[in-house]
Structure formats: structure tokens, C-alpha cells
Design a protein around this ligand. Structure first.
Ligand code: ZN
Ligand code: ZN
Length: 288
């Protein structure tokens, strides 16, 4: 996963901590997972201080390692929000998790890691349980974008940094300087930020699928690590408000038409059904 021996060492030291986080999640013990993540973050900070004068490549690789640990913080938060039925907030954490995965995949020279593949496929499945299909996208008018590394205008010749690249463990990005106005808000299907969504009440119908998952977890029918994928099915369900009649009888709704020409075709309604499919997962394989 890493090229530098120093970073490899740090990673192998942190691995037992990561494993403890996953073991706690396997028992649906969110509190213990939170505790283990905090310990990991402290360890990470100590290592970062030791490394401050390291080589460029060491700092860059440490940045990736850091994203992994931050990922686990978001990941534990995500499941915590689902457990405590704060579904809107859990969506934000889900996006934070996916952002970290994208960053890790971008910089890691070998992204075929089991750990990344496992979480990415799990989270993309989870995303489908949410009601958000359309997103808001804002367009801002700003004076200029300030480079996060040198502080100059990132689009000018004075700044020699490239947006999105790493410089001694720090990512170069443009920070909006003096937002003059918001130009417009657009409704889009593929936004740059999926956090811009309509707000629903956590008890609303829109969250029924996530709520179903939450119930399955809280009753221990499923554990966080074994959540694997969703199966969407369509089935016919009897419409309770219509009873069976002879085809040529006058329809029950009082329309004066024959049943076969009126409400008979409303006797069944198509219902979408989702199964949450779990799969036994071995932490050892994820961490391999
Ligand atoms: Zn710059
Ligand atoms: Zn009818």
C-alpha cells in the first residue's frame, strides 16, 4: 500500500487499532468503535509530530494514511447517526466517507486494496437507500480563488501549484476569496457536492428504507460490517380498498360501469420491495 518504509511501519502499528474499530462495529457497539477511533486519532497525531521534518514523499504518503484514519471517524459517525435515527445527518457523513475514499484512490498508487474496495462497494449500496436523487448546485461570483499553499491567486502565473495535487502532505485547492454574489442555484443530477439536498424530517416517509436498515441493526438482525447489498424487487400487492366482484357486475365504486371495465384493474398495485442482504465478512480479509 505504501512505498516508504517509515509510513509502512506507522500503518502496521495502526492496523491493530483499525481492527478494533471494525470488531466493535461487527458487534454493533458504536460507543466502543468511537472510543477506538479516538485512540487511533491520538496515535496519528503523535506520529505526525515526529514526521514534521520528513521527506516530501513521506509526508505525501502520510497524508493518504491520515485520510484512511479520518475515513474511519466518518464511518463510525455515519453508523452512529443511522443508529440514533438522524438520517439526514447520516447522509452528510456518508458523503464525507465517499470523499475520503476518492481522495485515497486518487493518490494511492495501488488502489486495488481490499479495504478500499470493501467500503466503497458497501457505501455505494447504502447510498441507494436514501431519497436523494436531485441535488442543488450553487454558482458563486468571487473575486478570485486563493491557493491553499502559497496564498496567491491559484489561476494566475504567480502561483505554481496545481489544484488537487499534494505538496509535502498538503493538498492544493482554491479558497473562494470575497464571495460577491450567488449567481444561481441549479437542480442537477450529478452535482459536485451531494450534501446540497432538500431537507426532510428524520421521521418522514422519505427515510423509510434507511429506517428499515436502522431497525435491522438495532435489533441485531444485521451488523454494520455484514451489510452488503440491496435487492430491488417489484411485486403485486392486493389493493385492500377493492373487493372481488363478478366481471360483469356493476362496479362497487358506483360508476355504473361493469367491474371488468372499471376497478378490476386496480385490484393489485405494483409495489417496490427492497431486501437488505447481509453477508458474513471477515475483518482479516478486509484488512489484508
Ligand atoms: Zn500556490
Ligand atoms: Zn369502479
Amino acid at each position: 500500500m505504501f512505498k516508504c518504509s517509515k509510513i509502512k511501519d506507522i500503518y502496521s502499528q495502526l492496523k491493530s487499532g483499525i481492527s478494533k474499530v471494525l470488531q466493535s462495529l461487527e458487534k454493533n457497539n458504536i460507543q466502543s468503535a468511537e472510543y477506538e477511533v479516538e485512540k487511533l486519532l491520538q496515535e496519528l497525531e503523535q506520529q505526525e509530530n515526529k514526521l514534521s521534518k520528513g521527506k516530501d514523499i513521506e509526508l505525501d504518503e502520510f497524508f493518504i494514511l491520515k485520510q484512511q484514519i479520518f475515513f474511519f471517524k466518518n464511518y463510525v459517525n455515519l453508523w452512529n447517526k443511522i443508529f440514533i435515527e438522524e438520517y439526514g445527518e447520516s447522509w452528510v457523513e456518508l458523503q464525507n466517507c465517499l470523499d475520503k475514499i476518492r481522495l485515497i484512490k486518487k493518490f494511492l498508487y495501488d488502489s486495488s486494496f481490499a479495504i478500499i474496495q470493501f467500503f466503497e462497494s458497501q457505501l455505494l449500496e447504502l447510498e441507494q437507500l436514501y431519497p436523494y436523487k436531485i441535488f442543488m448546485s450553487t454558482s458563486l461570483i468571487v473575486d478570485y480563488y486563493k491557493c491553499s499553499i502559497c496564498g496567491k491567486d491559484i489561476d494566475s502565473n504567480e502561483c505554481e501549484h496545481i489544484k488537487g495535487e499534494l505538496y509535502r502532505g498538503k493538498i492544493a485547492c482554491g479558497i473562494a476569496n470575497k464571495i460577491r454574489n450567488m449567481n444561481h442555484i441549479a437542480m442537477v443530477k450529478y452535482p459536485s457536492d451531494k450534501r446540497c439536498v432538500e431537507i426532510y424530517d428524520n421521521r418522514s416517509e422519505q427515510f423509510k428504507l434507511v429506517r428499515y436498515l436502522s431497525d435491522s441493526l438495532r435489533s441485531n438482525k444485521l451488523n454494520v460490517i455484514s451489510f452488503h447489498h440491496l435487492k430491488f424487487k417489484k411485486g403485486n400487492k392486493k389493493n385492500k380498498s377493492i373487493y372481488k366482484q363478478g366481471r360483469n357486475d356493476l362496479c362497487q365504486c358506483g360508476s355504473g360501469k361493469k367491474f371488468k371495465k372499471c376497478c378490476q384493474n386496480k385490484m393489485y398495485v405494483v409495489q417496490e420491495h427492497v431486501d437488505i442482504v447481509g453477508q458474513p465478512t471477515h475483518i482479516k480479509c478486509i484488512l489484508a
